[in-house]
Design a protein. Structure first.
Length: 399
């Protein structure tokens, strides 16, 4: 794509903020059509679909935050002059063409596009059919902002494709796709990985764990667990599994207290074999598959574990590699947990709900990456660039 200067890009974003505000009622009305057509059985996806005044304000704020960030393109990563006389500069450069596939959330149509555009990338948006009316009007807003500033619509394009057509698009895109981001559940991720010919960066799967150490302050544990589980059940950073160390003082009483505490807050609690010996009336984990499952619901598993090493091993085996937390008063224990748990974000005495671009100071995010290449965690503006070497010579040839 043609490199745009920062002023042009920021002018587009200024226009977009004004257009979103001007057309907010149209956006909300379009969203109502999607909500009316949606099957409310999937509460998590329904929550993600809603666009109200607060959500529009959030969209405007996301655009504003990205506009105010430094342009990530053309930044010098490293510069060196060799003994041979070659002058070498490594600079940040756009990916080129990005595709994001996502379900339900219309605000992704704003956040993904503003990040891709400010980083000088063209973006293809494949939203779910459940948000079709919302996404259409948001695309119209983007096109209006681009045209107001003399740019073409091709920078931001919403794809209207069936599953079969999406499969074909991934296999034979009209132009090279440099980065593909499936933002959703495991079935979506598997579908994209199977059919894509470009680089795929995995995002979205949570299944987050929290370990209550024998050295935990139990009131801290209860407070953090409640927030991590119930603050937003549709978030990929929500908590699903709690491991309680069997060496915790008053272990049996604490297990019963925690179960009652969560049920008082309308959370369904499943227990493992060991915990079921204490909480005999609780439903047991039905199969090992449950330990791998991301719930996106008011449901959690409470299991027993014997020591830090066993907790680390279990988390690394079953979690989605997204977020994990330890509750402990022992700082050395916390450091070991955080160093050895293989997740994008690790926490000490804090809720997993902070794995979020805005909460981590990154700003708007394209997704939360659980991959290790090229970036892990919130994909913000600075992460939507690659690099390029500029090598200056004077007739240099390699001997």
């Amino acid at each position: 794509m043609k490199l745009l200067n920062t002023e042009i890009k920021n002018n587009v974003l200024k226009s977009m903020m004004q257009i979103l505000d001007k057309r907010r009622q149209e956006i909300i009305e379009a969203n109502k059509k999607d909500l009316e057509a949606f099957n409310k059985d999937d509460q998590a996806m329904y929550d993600r679909l809603i666009v109200d005044d607060k959500k529009v304000n959030g969209m405007i704020q996301s655009v504003k935050e990205v506009m105010e960030q430094d342009d990530p393109v053309g930044q010098v990563i490293e510069h060196r002059q060799l003994d041979t006389g070659l002058d070498i500069t490594n600079k940040t450069a756009p990916f080129g063409n990005i595709m994001i596939i996502y379900e339900s959330r219309p605000d992704v149509t704003i956040e993904a596009s503003v990040l891709a555009f400010k980083a000088n990338n063209k973006i293809y948006l494949k939203g779910g059919k459940e948000a079709i009316h919302s996404n259409k009007i948001l695309e119209e807003c983007w096109h209006e902002a681009l045209e107001e500033n003399g740019l073409g619509k091709e920078w931001i394009k919403l794809l209207h494709l069936s599953r079969t057509e999406t499969q074909e698009f991934l296999k034979n895109p009209p132009e090279q796709l440099d980065l593909i981001v499936p933002r959703g559940g495991e079935r979506l991720i598997a579908f994209v990985k199977e059919h894509a010919t470009g680089a795929v960066l995995v995002s979205g799967r949570g299944n987050n764990f929290l370990y209550i150490s024998e050295n935990a302050d139990f009131e801290t544990a209860k407070k953090v667990i409640l927030n991590a589980k119930t603050d937003k059940i549709s978030g990929c950073n929500a908590l699903d599994k709690v491991l309680v160390d069997k060496n915790l003082p008053q272990y049996e009483e604490r297990i019963k207290e925690l179960i009652q505490f969560m049920e008082d807050h309308k959370v369904e609690v499943l227990v493992d074999e060991e915990v079921s010996k204490i909480a005999t009336s609780q439903s047991k984990v039905p199969s090992e598959d449950t330990w791998y499952e991301e719930f996106l619901a008011m449901k959690m598993v409470i299991g027993s574990i014997d020591g830090l090493d066993a907790a680390i091993e279990k988390i690394n085996k079953y979690s989605g590699g997204h977020s994990a937390s330890i509750i402990t008063t022992d700082k050395e224990e916390a450091v070991k947990f955080m160093e050895q748990v293989d997740s994008a974000a690790v926490y000490h005495n804090a809720s997993t709900r902070f794995t979020d671009g805005g909460q981590m100071g990154v700003g708007a995010e394209l997704a939360i990456s659980t991959d290790k290449l090229h970036h892990r965690g919130p994909l913000g503006l600075k992460q939507l660039v690659t690099n390029k070497y500029y090598v200056l010579g004077e007739g240099h040839i390699r001997a």
